[in-house]
Design a protein around this ligand. Structure first.
Ligand code: FAD
Length: 307
């Protein structure tokens, strides 16, 4: 059995692995896809001390850092059940394998909900973006749309309005769902247009990058086009925690509930990164929380093992 068994190989899991291994305890990391979301990212410009890098390069660096230590890396393995036991937690894999840990760190991350229209996949990272904190500055002085009128969409629109030339906020329903205070702020901005009852039907481009978006006015049935350079899709971030349902406490959004030390509702089970209730889903935050969860797991081990 492992002293620390980590599920997930993104920034949170990798940081947890490095911190655990440096304590000289038996550490294993199992990941469906080592690297996580950064594999789908192009420019990363906000990981402190690294002025600029690219996602795939960052993912390789994560793996190399973990490989510099005595850590069992089990890549391309999907965990499908967590089974708590006395002093030992089991992680059951989709291929039938069973791994055991005296402590377990859950770091399975999240995925952005897609709108599934033509152009979205083709222009991902070439005008289609999901994270305003990450990609907002790339659109300085340009025109963008934000799809989604919930809190994250309206926050993104307010944030972007301070950076870009113009923001069109597109909401499917006939009213915005964001908090009233955010809606008031949004409506006070002169470079924002709000379009309601609008179903995005296509993101257009010139083969290289985005140059427009079409939507159907759900009242008139008419299809209209907006010319722009960027589209931020803000219709939800889904934590990869479906496999944990009924095992430990999740928030109503499906995030693993943790305290300030990364402790979940199950003793000996910790969590870190985008799969948790910690606000602001970012690389530097996930990595910091992965380190924190590993230190908490180590603390748990020295308090519970008598040998
Ligand atoms: P993830 O990176 O999601 O990693 C989760 C890991 O768990 C993966 O290895 C995955 O395969 C694995 N996993 C999931 N389910 C299972 C399972 N059942 N069994 C086994 N393994 C599993 N952040 C920034 O700070 N700056 C940026 O510029 C930036 N740009 C971004 C651009 C894009 C396009 C995207 C999608 C995200 C971007 N982010 C950026 C956000 C950042 O990538 C995430 O906050 C960060 O990767 C979260 O790290 P994590 O380790 O918590 O989760």
């Amino acid at each position: 059995a492992y002293d620390v068994l980590i599920v997930g190989g993104g920034p949170a899991g990798a940081a947890a692995a490095v911190y655990a291994a440096r304590k000289g305890i038996r550490t294993g990391i199992v990941a469906e896809r080592f690297g996580g979301q950064v594999l789908d990212t192009m420019a990363i410009e906000n990981f402190i001390s690294v002025q600029e890098t690219e996602g795939p390069k960052f993912a390789v660096a994560l793996e190399q850092h973990v490989k510099a230590y005595d850590v069992d890396i089990m890549n391309l393995q999907k965990a499908q059940a967590l089974v708590p036991g006395k002093g030992m937690t089991e992680v059951r894999l989709a291929d039938g394998g069973v791994l055991k840990g005296k402590t377990v760190i859950l770091a399975t991350g999240a995925r952005w909900r897609e709108i599934n229209v033509p152009g979205e996949r083709e222009y991902r990272n070439s005008g289609v973006a999901y994270c305003p904190h990450c990609d907002g500055p790339l659109f300085k002085g340009k025109r963008v749309a934000v799809i989604g009128g919930g809190n994250s969409g309206v926050e993104a629109a307010i944030d972007l309005a301070g950076l870009v030339a113009h923001v069109t906020l597109i909401e499917f329903g006939d009213e915005l769902r964001a908090d009233a205070v955010l809606q008031r702020k949004l409506r006070s901005l002169s470079n924002v247009t709000i379009i309601m009852s609008a179903q995005t039907t296509e993101i257009h481009g010139d083969g290289k990058k985005v140059n427009g978006l079409s939507y159907k006015d759900r009242n008139s049935g008419e299809t209209l086009k907006v010319e722009l350079e960027g589209v931020f899709v803000q219709i939800g971030l889904v934590p990869n925690t479906e496999w944990l349902k009924d095992t430990l406490a999740l928030s109503r959004h499906g995030e693993v509930e943790i305290d300030a030390r990364g402790q979940t509702s199950l003793p000996g089970v910790f969590a870190a990164g985008d799969c948790t209730t910690v606000p602001y889903k970012q690389i530097v935050i996930s990595a910091g929380d992965g380190a924190k969860a590993a230190l908490s797991a180590f603390d748990h081990l020295i308090r519970t093992s008598v040998s």
